[in-house]
Design a protein around this ligand. Structure first.
Ligand SMILES: Cc1cc2nc3c(=O)[nH]c(=O)nc-3n(C[C@H](O)[C@H](O)[C@H](O)COP(=O)(O)OP(=O)(O)OC[C@H]3O[C@@H](n4cnc5c(N)ncnc54)[C@H](O)[C@@H]3O)c2cc1C
Length: 352
């Protein structure tokens, strides 16, 4: 089968885009370097607009039973929450659902729609000319192959090789602050410990299988670079400093440090190469917006690209993708910067 569009990356953005393209009859291939789906979940939240999109696509009954709805969400970790029930929407709530679940639902849907998903295929480079794109791929086993298509979309995350190959700049600011997350199989069963953690500004969330997630900013450790691994001992020490108790955390399933590097692609398109999701925008995960923004990029791009491939797009339609979605990316990067600053100021005031 010859391919119309190659999507690089089978994260939530790439999978959503593949579904949108296939739904419109576009022959789509996804190239993903991981051999297996990602088990750990960075994101836990689907906000109202993303839930509305799943509803429009008839997928909501696959999402809702697996998640938990909460009426709003925080802004900058402040006590007063955003009230999504005030929105003019049938879905004025946040759906609390692990990223791995979202990806599994979208991957299954993509298979149903006939998308070819090639795992274990790492993209090494992309070239384009007036007729199409050539994608250089390291295949399982180590050999390289060249894949051809009319268009390529980089949904390959913050370090996007597609963005680099297309020569699209990624201006912004470097990391100045980091937070830490930990998923634990064992937590002190006494509710007092968790209540103290919440009061200290720690986000505590139940995940599947009895696992509990903690997310915190430790004022004494926020300058530690994201690349430095987190140990269980550090985690317990930080929790104790913030809340007065280590909450009995044990058997970590995943420990991770994440930073606030903030960047926005200078364009979402260069000729036949486009960008979506984290490949186009990165920021601190304040209020959980990255995955949501990526899904909405994909929804905006899918039908436009399908129209161009199908030959029925009016002139300029594809440029509308950058025109409509880059301002959204800018607004998200700006609001996360504001939230990060507020959170840091609150921390300083709290621990002075
Ligand atoms: C601690 C934390 C919490 C978060 N919480 C939330 C939240 O609650 N809500 C929210 O909306 N967002 C949240 N986010 C952000 C969210 O996780 C990301 O925005 C989201 O994963 C972006 O999806 P993506 O598909 O664009 O990129 P990714 O998820 O990064 O997927 C990119 C894919 O491309 C593949 N890939 C990369 N390079 C290549 C290559 N060369 N060849 C082939 N494949 C390649 C990767 O293996 C990966 O599968 C959080 C982030 C962090 C760090």
């Amino acid at each position: 089968m010859s391919t119309d569009v190659i999507v690089v990356g089978a994260g939530p953005t790439g999978l959503m885009l593949a579904c949108e393209l296939a739904l419109a009859g576009v022959r789509t291939r996804v190239l993903e370097r991981r051999t297996e789906p990602q088990r750990d979940s960075r994101a836990l939240s689907l906000h109202p607009r993303s839930v509305e999109l799943m509803d429009q696509r008839g997928l909501l009954d696959r999402f809702l039973p697996l998640g938990r709805t909460v009426p709003g969400w925080h802004f900058a970790g402040l006590r007063t929450q955003l009230d999504f029930s005030a929105l003019d929407s049938r879905h004025g709530y946040t759906l609390f659902l692990a990223q791995a679940r979202t990806e599994a639902i979208l991957e299954r849907r993509a298979h149903e729609l006939g998308v070819e998903i090639s795992r274990g295929h790492e993209v090494l480079g992309v070239r384009q000319d007036g007729d199409g794109v050539e994608v250089e791929v390291r295949a399982p086993g180590g050999g390289t192959e060249t894949a051809h298509s009319l268009y390529a979309v980089g949904c390959d995350g913050g370090r996007s090789i597609v963005r680099q190959a297309a020569g699209i700049g990624f201006p912004g600011t470097d990391e100045t602050l980091t937070g830490v997350l930990g998923d634990f199989a064992v937590v002190d069963p006494q509710p007092g410990a968790l209540a103290a953690a919440r009061a200290g500004g720690v986000i505590v969330a139940p995940l599947e299988g009895g696992v509990t997630r903690f997310v915190y900013l430790d004022p004494e450790r926020i300058r530690v670079p994201a690349r430095e691994p987190v140990s269980l001992e550090e985690f317990r020490t930080s929790l104790t400093r913030i809340t007065g108790s280590d909450c009995g955390v044990a058997e970590p399933v995943w420990l991770s440090r994440f930073g606030n590097a903030t960047r926005l692609a200078e364009s979402y398109r260069s000729g036949r190469i486009l960008l979506a999701g984290d490949a186009a925008h990165i920021h601190f995960p304040a209020a959980g917006q990255g995955l949501n923004t990526g899904l909405q990029d994909a929804m905006n791009l899918g039908w436009k690209l399908a129209a161009v491939v199908g030959g029925w797009a009016p002139p300029g339609l594809l440029d509308g993708y950058d025109g409509e979605r880059r301002p959204v990316g800018r607004s998200v990067t700006e609001n996360t910067e504001v939230q990060t600053l507020l959170a840091e100021l609150t921390l300083v005031a709290q621990y002075r």
